[in-house]
Ligand binder design. Structure first.
Ligand SMILES: [Mn+2]
Length: 306
């Protein structure tokens, strides 16, 4: 099992110190880094050395668009800003290669709209598709994925669901382009996470998973399995069914919790749910699904409570 966690959960430390701290937790195999924010206090070589020293691998580089992009990133109506957004993704690809990673995850936080008549939907769609195509071509040796979120900070995100993300992936048509699913973002959209996972995985487009939990209408970033237990179990069942071999990144926000303890709790819960799926049996669970019987499906919950 490959696990990664959120560096920003560990405040007041440099990236190198944080890597040292996280690496001490049993089970952690990878880290994700944001570009450029995690490269401001430590050089790439120092981070590389810290990863090697701790036997931790880089999972993904996540380009982070700040205030210059408040009116949109790849689809910005100002061509210079849109070009800067493409360049930031290309720089993220360069850094990812330098650190031996294989995945760049693009979350377009500011791409969207707040008002009716604010943007030209079709034109922005084509502009974003063309930019992503250019990025995928530049990073053709890496996996590139889109992480969608339905809203926040915009009232409406431009890419907001598994459905429009898959539509964008299809329109771009690059073989290295896929989807990163964030469980909490799926809940915000009122999606059933496993349905989305299944549609994405059926198309071999499941590049990444951000696991967490929440109360639906906010990106709460709560601990894995703490609110939506049975939906998390189902999600892990489908991860196993589709033989997901990528990294599980815990995108949780320990604001008041001790971050190392919170990370250990996420690993413990994931491990327990993974074992429960094995104990109940993938084949047995599948046979219950195949009966299309809600009462029979309750047997799975009861088996967890035994
Ligand atoms: Mn996420």
């Amino acid at each position: 099992m490959k696990f990664a966690t959120r560096l920003n959960s560990f405040p007041n430390r440099s990236v190198v110190e944080t890597i040292d701290q996280i690496a001490a937790v049993s089970g952690v195999t990878h880290v994700d880094l944001n570009y450029p924010e995690h490269f401001q206090t430590n050089k790439v070589e120092d981070i590389k050395e810290a990863l090697t020293r701790n036997n931790i691998k880089l999972n993904a580089i996540n380009p982070r668009f700040r205030s210059d992009f408040i009116n949109g990133e790849l689809g910005n109506s100002d061509p210079q800003v849109a070009r800067k957004a493409i360049d930031l993704c290309k720089q993220s690809i360069d850094v990812c290669r330098e650190l031996g990673g294989e995945h760049v995850i693009i979350w377009l936080g500011y791409e969207g709209f707040d008002y009716s008549f604010q943007i030209n939907y079709a034109q922005v769609w084509k502009q974003v598709a063309s930019a992503i195509e250019e990025i995928c071509s530049y990073g053709s040796d890496l996996k590139i994925s889109i992480e969608y979120k339905p809203f926040q900070p915009r009232a409406y995100s431009f890419i907001s669901s598994y459905a429009d993300t898959l539509l964008m992936v299809g329109d771009v048509g690059a073989s290295n382009l896929g989807v990163t699913l964030d469980f909490c973002h799926m809940l915000m959209k009122d999606e059933n996470p496993s349905y989305g996972l299944s549609l994405v995985a059926e198309r071999n487009k499941l590049h990444g998973i951000h696991l967490n939990d929440g109360n639906k209408l906010n990106d709460d970033g709560l601990m894995v399995g703490s609110v939506n237990f049975i939906q998390t179990l189902e999600f892990i069942f489908y991860m196993k069914k589709y033989n997901y071999q990528g990294v599980i990144y815990f995108d949780t926000f320990p604001v008041r919790e001790k971050p190392l303890e919170e990370l250990q709790a996420n690993i413990a819960m994931f491990t327990k749910l993974d074992q429960l799926v094995d104990q109940i049996g993938i084949g047995h669970i599948q046979s219950i699904i195949d009966r299309n019987d809600a009462v029979a499906a309750q047997e799975i919950m009861l088996a967890c409570l035994k």
